[in-house]
Design a protein around this ligand. Structure first.
Ligand code: KG4
Ligand code: ZN
Length: 348
């Protein structure tokens, strides 16, 4: 271990279209280097796996070099290597896993193959103090939307209280953005455009909010259809589509349900803390409404800054550092890349 006694961890993230290399010492962020292939996918309206894999291969070494430069350390200084082992695109994951294994082997350091989704939550530790009590974690990304009960953020124990039964929240944002003619990925564009709209303009449906419905499950595909029908009806009638109002009303339907269920989960489980992570946690209205509702409910709310909510390598290093610090058994060097890694498997 290093002089400061906190593990110096190198993290690799390549699950989708961001090549992220992070370096942390304990809970201190030293480097967060990112290369993205998003522009290469934009014209296809979604991430093209083959293109993403090749882009990771090309970006890997320059991004690693940049991270070491930013952190002002040499490769030999690190104590451990962490890598996203899943979930994600198989070919994309393979590039990061192979690179991380090579580093671990060459440097003779332990390897930690971690869950991307847990890393989205653990990254909060780089900005805020550890939470003393169990927390509810709301994980909202492009492929997942789940409510989790975590005895400790960055720990290996997790209970999934509920998840989406169809589209993830980010997926819904991306699909609605496409419908409205906005670029991919659509989340940030809807976020921006919604600021000029009236979020009460259109009453879009909120799924699973009845007394008999599953308390912690989500569904966004009915909302997606409702928005599409509404827009089509306007177009058929030859009327202009008020894009800002549609974006604001759609967004309100999403964040209303996400925050209401997260607060309910905390209350039901007697938990005083809520952590929100994943790309959609960068959303300004989600952050605002979560803050309002947590304050009202007497909950402590933690959301990492927007730049750490979307995919990055720092989150992987942050989770790796927690695992090292709490004595987790490192992964074998023959671990696979697991594209459908379950959310509750924090470490392979
Ligand atoms: O966590 P992430 O970067 O990648 C995955 O693990 O999926 O999440 C990406 C998702 C995309 O669907 C993107 O549209 C959404 O996060 N997103 C947002 C915002 N920024 C990114 N959604 C709403 N508002 C945002 N500001
Ligand atoms: Zn992600």
């Amino acid at each position: 271990m290093t002089a400061s006694d906190e593990p110096l961890v190198l993290g690799f993230e390549t699950s989708c279209d961001e090549t992220g290399i992070g370096i942390v010492r304990g809970t201190t962020l030293l480097a967060d280097a990112i290369a993205t292939s998003v522009e290469e996918h934009a014209r296809f309206g979604g991430v093209v796996p083959e293109v993403a894999s090749r882009a990771h291969l090309e970006a890997m070494l320059p991004t690693l070099r940049r991270a070491f430069q930013l952190a002002d350390i040499r490769p030999g200084d690190i104590d451990a290597v962490a890598v996203t082992a899943g979930p994600g695109l198989a070919g994309a994951l393979l590039v990061g896993v192979a690179a991380a294994k090579a580093y671990a082997l060459a440097l003779d350091k332990p390897l930690y193959g971690v869950n991307h989704l847990s890393a989205h939550v653990a990254v909060d530790l780089l900005e805020h103090e550890p939470l003393a009590e169990p927390a509810i974690a709301l994980l909202v990304s492009g492929g997942h939307s789940s409510l989790l009960l975590a005895p400790r953020i960055g720990g290996q124990e997790l209970t999934e209280l509920g998840a989406t039964v169809d589209d993830a929240a980010g997926e819904a944002y991306d699909k609605i953005a496409r419908l409205l003619g906005l670029p991919f990925p659509g989340g940030p564009h809807i976020d921006r455009i919604a600021r000029d709209g009236d979020r009460a303009a259109i009453a879009f449906p909120r799924a699973f909010t009845g007394a008999q419905d599953p308390a912690y499950a989500f569904s966004f595909s009915g909302l997606k259809t409702a928005v599409a029908r509404w827009v089509e009806a306007r177009q058929r009638a030859g009327e202009p589509v008020p894009i800002a109002d549609v974006a604001a009303s759609f967004q309100e339907a999403v964040v209303d349900v996400l925050t209401a269920k997260a607060v309910r989960a905390a209350k039901d489980h007697g938990v005083g803390h809520l952590v929100i992570g994943g790309g959609v946690a960068a959303n300004s209205r989600l952050r605002e409404l979560a803050a309002q509702r947590c304050e009202k409910a007497g909950l402590v709310l933690r959301i990492p800054r927007p730049g750490l909510c979307t995919d990055n390598g720092a989150m992987v290093a942050a989770l790796g550092a927690q695992l090292v610090a709490h004595g987790a058994t490192p992964s074998n060097l023959d671990i696979p890349a697991t594209s459908a890694l379950p959310i509750t498997t924090v470490l392979l």
